[in-house]
Design a binder for this molecule. Structure first.
Ligand code: A3P
Ligand code: MG
Ligand code: MG
Length: 371
């Protein structure tokens, strides 16, 4: 029997938002050009404006595309948490650990019911660890590929990564040659390389540890850990030509806002493109102002406070639904008014937790060996 949490009516989540904790980065990691893990910031990028008029399809033939046929679970997030805990000698205090993308799906649920989602969750030492259900995601991606438009979906996806390559530098501006800056249009686009930030954040009483990719930084990381960081999220979007385009963009803005807000990314730079992928103009958007912009529309399509309060209510409820050993499935079917949770494995943690992580936590709980 599944436990259910009702998404609708969303009006019950209206009103002032639950208290939020500002996300603080406490660790980070990088995937290099071969998608190898490093416990450092070596893949961090710096923002530098791109040349307008660039063709975002250029170089598609040489795209170094990450092979996502393997389920990576939350392994690299756990690895990073473990390395951080080895440095501090104590376990993190979060009650939820997951990728930022999972929290984005949950927060967007009140206003986005098209796609649906599936996740796996397990309780371990008073903390719920959540991963994406990989088989469901793979099926969704296959559907996307089968969608036939004037431009193949793979090429349109490439545009987003090409925009990142055109807009970033591998080091601060003063340390990069003019040739590199001007030659970025010839750089090979590679989405295996990533910088990921791992933050402690909170909604209401729920302390959450999130890991997520960050595109680039505006200036430099502050010396002191935990201080706000001037991250920049890069996005591409089709030029807005009609009321319908505007409505689509407003809905996209909700996702941009949630995604950035969860990691404490203060700025989003949108590269508007023509329908055939020519970069036409840039717009800098302050993340914090997005919910206000949405609420001032004559017919608001979403409400940021409802997103936050819904997520808080859902997490409170999830703690009562995932309260035993084993592995649970969290599912929202497309267009469903509710989220269901049920047990799929009676014992253990499935593949959500790694042996390394569990062994480390056992060792940590035993304390230092006697002298
Ligand atoms: P755009 O969003 O600019 O089109 P992110 O913006 O999250 O850093 O992701 C970078 C790019 O990855 C996106 O660029 C898009 O091309 C691709 N991408 C991310 N999430 C996707 C999804 N759910 N489906 C298809 N493509 C996605
Ligand atoms: Mg990105
Ligand atoms: Mg981006």
């Amino acid at each position: 029997m599944a436990n259910t949490f009702s998404v609708h009516p969303v009006g019950r989540f209206a009103g002032p938002s639950q208290p939020l904790k500002r996300p603080r980065e406490f660790a980070c990691f990088s995937y290099d050009k071969d998608h190898r893990y490093h416990y450092d910031d070596s893949s961090m990028k710096w923002y530098y404006p791109p040349q307008l008029g660039a063709d975002l399809s250029k170089g598609y033939e040489t795209f170094q595309k990450h092979d996502n046929s393997q389920d990576e679970h939350i392994d690299s997030l756990l690895e990073t948490i473990m390395r951080h805990e080895k440095e501090t000698g104590q376990a993190i205090d979060a009650k939820f650990v997951t990728w930022r993308g999972m929290m984005t799906k949950i927060m967007a649920a009140p206003f986005d019911d098209r796609d649906g989602f599936e996740m796996n969750a397990t309780l371990y030492r008073d903390c719920i660890f959540i991963e994406e259900n990989w088989a469901y995601k793979a099926a969704q991606e296959q559907q996307q590929k089968n969608w036939k438009g004037p431009i193949p979906s793979e090429v349109m996806q490439y545009w987003g990564y090409k925009f990142e390559t055109l807009s970033t530098l591998p080091a601060p501006w003063g340390e990069v040659s003019r040739e590199y800056i001007e030659g970025r249009d010839d750089e090979i686009v590679n989405n295996k390389e990533q910088y990921c930030s791992v933050v402690r954040t909170g909604i209401g009483k729920n302390v959450i540890c999130l890991g997520g990719e960050v595109d680039c930084i505006w200036d430099a990381k502050p010396q002191e850990k935990g201080k706000p960081i001037n991250w920049v999220e890069l996005k591409t979007s089709a030029e807005i030509k009609s009321d319908r385009d505007m409505e689509n963009f407003d809905r996209k803005m909700m996702k941009f806002w949630i995604q950035s807000f969860l990691l404490g990314v203060p700025k989003i730079i949108v590269g508007f493109r023509s329908k055939d992928g020519i970069l036409q103009r840039l717009e800098n958007i302050s993340t914090a102002k997005i919910p206000d912009i949405a609420s001032r529309k004559p017919r608001p399509l979403w409400d940021g406070n409802i997103c936050i309060n819904f997520a808080n209510g859902f997490l409170d409820w999830l703690r009562t639904a995932v309260d035993d050993e084993g592995v649970y499935r969290i599912r929202r079917k497309p267009r469903s008014p509710e989220i269901e949770v049920w047990k799929v494995e009676e014992t253990g943690h499935g593949k959500i937790l790694t042996d390394d992580f569990i062994n480390w936590r056992i060792k940590l709980a035993m304390g230092p060996p006697p002298e």
